[in-house]
Design a protein around this ligand. Structure first.
Ligand code: SAM
Length: 283
């Protein structure tokens, strides 16, 4: 089995297949032999547990998942990588590569088809240009994963792992904390990839909640209020909510007061309970 984390091996295989890296598909492949085993271990995958991967690239993380998991389903958008993966993962009979755009897939259906009722994790070095849409799709579609253990840009990791009520919290942090308990695991510097990305990366783990932390009658309205709250960071919460929800300032101020929040409250100071209470009144 070729050493897929060795930069010379990667170049030789890709060169032989005439493969050219695509910047627009976020193709930065891992070339550190210790990194993929560590990410796979952090995902908790093992016998009786399956793994869903997004973007296998040359298969360096896929291989580590295949060595540990019951089954691996890996979704790759780039057709040019299919013959490469056939070669690099040829020895594994528990790996399926699906050529598709993850954002277009009916994930629940393909997961059911490949994993049946077996427990599974999501483990991936995500394409950075669509980190948030992928994570939100995985969370919102309620696919039933145990956790998402993924590599993202460090900046995105800080935002994703921020707790509501803290300075780094944004609309995405609030949504992520509603669906999961996020945790930043470790940073990964640029030199661990070929070609190196422009930014430092980080591995995060989102453990899916069995029950949401707050009771919300209408999730659509709840997320509308959260989005509106964070929509204009330089404006006050009152102004952001007023323009985002199309309601008068008086109504917003009264709602804030009813929730025990002052007129100068800032979105990043609010807890999920505060957003739920505001949604009840304003949604
Ligand atoms: N897992 C490999 C590694 O760590 O070396 C490659 C990771 S690379 C950061 C991202 C991978 O996602 C690439 O293989 C890229 O072609 C693939 N990709 C990009 N957009 C995608 C999409 N919409 N759906 C599925 N795969 C995608």
């Amino acid at each position: 089995m070729p050493e897929l984390s060795n930069i010379n091996v990667v170049k030789e295989i890709l060169g032989r297949h005439g493969f050219k890296f695509s910047k627009s598909l976020g193709q930065n492949f891992i070339v550190n032999p210790d990194l993929c085993p560590r990410i796979a271990e952090e995902s908790g995958v093992g016998p009786g547990i399956c793994a869903l991967e997004i973007g296998p690239g040359i298969g360096v993380l896929t291989k580590e998942l295949a060595l540990r998991a019951e089954k691996v389903l890996s979704i790759e958008i780039d057709k040019a990588l299919l013959p490469v993966l056939k070669e690099t993962l040829g020895e594994f009979d528990n790996v399926t590569i699906l050529n598709a755009d993850v954002l277009e897939l009916d994930l629940k259906a393909v997961i059911k088809e490949h994993f049946g009722d077996m427990p599974f994790v999501v483990c991936a070095n995500l394409p950075y240009y669509i980190t948030s849409p992928i994570i939100m799709k995985l969370l919102e579609e309620n696919i039933g994963a145990e956790n998402l253990t993924v590599m993202v840009q460090k900046e995105a990791a800080v935002r994703i792992a921020a707790k509501p009520g803290t300075r780094d919290c944004g609309a995405i942090s609030a949504a992520i904390n509603y669906y999961s308990e996020p945790e930043k695991l470790f940073d990964v510097s640029k030199g661990n990839f070929v070609p190196p990305p422009n930014v430092t990366s980080a591995v995060i783990r989102l453990v899916l909640r069995k029950e949401p932390p707050v009771k919300v009658e209408d999730e659509g309205r709840f997320f509308r209020v959260i989005k509106a709250s964070f929509s204009q960071r330089r404006k006050t919460l009152t102004n952001s909510l007023s323009s985002g929800l199309g309601k008068g300032k008086e109504e917003i101020l009264a709602a804030l007061e009813q929730c025990g929040l002052g007129p100068n409250a800032r979105a990043e100071e609010l807890s999920l309970e505060d957003f739920a209470a505001l949604t009840k009144i304003l949604g």
